[in-house]
Design a protein around this ligand. Structure first.
Ligand code: ADP
Length: 187
């Protein structure tokens, strides 16, 4: 599914983040930036040891923020390592921290003149964030950002498996039906 927001495209695909040909891919990292399972493990395996070497020089990243490295052997030139919150009960600032992880990633992309970004679904694996609420936050934060930042031409959410894809699609459709997408066209 694809929608236009202001002059940018927001797209949902089912697939693997490590195969994306966008300028940057966004990793669901942990605060150490020293690797982990899930998306993180897949990105380091596919991108090779150069990514971890650069991560080691950064010295970690607080929850709700993001840091950038080269993409190593990935097609993407850069990896943005975003640290989402561990979900407990939704009352430990998890929503604010997840918004902030997305906003920080998009802000880094703008500052580095990155025009296309592929996101994984931050916090919805080992960190346990309920997929539907996380999708609302991810898509709403991106929509708001793109409305003010046409320099980012494409944001693609890469959902791992049809179940995750269908949740994101449902949320994006309901945003569209509720008129919350100030878009120029869609498909
Ligand atoms: P977190 O620790 O932030 O929860 P995870 O890596 O455990 O991060 O999971 C984040 C999301 O990424 C989950 O929805 C998971 O299913 C998905 N995921 C796992 N591997 C990949 C991959 N190779 N490409 C895209 N998404 C993936």
């Amino acid at each position: 599914m694809k929608v236009t927001i202001n002059r940018s495209i927001l797209e949902l695909v089912e697939g693997d983040i490590t195969h994306q040909d966008t300028d940057a891919v966004v990793n669901a990292a942990n605060p150490s930036l020293l690797g982990g399972g899930g998306v993180d493990g897949a990105i380091h395996r596919a991108g090779g040891p150069q990514i971890l070497e650069e991560c080691k020089t950064i010295g970690g990243c607080p929850t709700g923020e993001a840091r950038m490295t080269i993409g190593g052997r990935l097609k993407a030139r850069y990896v943005i390592h975003a640290v989402g919150p561990i979900y407990k009960d939704g009352r430990q600032h998890e929503p604010d921290l997840l918004v902030s992880a997305y906003r920080s990633s998009l802000g880094l992309a703008s500052r580095h003149k990155i025009k296309s970004v592929a996101f994984s679904s931050i916090s919805t694996g080992v960190y346990g964030y309920p997929m539907e609420t996380a999708a609302e936050i991810a898509l709403t934060t991106t929509r708001r950002y793109l409305e003010g930042h046409p320099e980012i031409q494409l944001v693609r959410f890469v959902l791992f498996g049809m179940m995750a894809y269908e949740v994101y699609e449902r949320v994006l459709r309901s945003m569209k039906e509720a008129g919350r997408l100030n878009e120029g066209g869609s498909s």
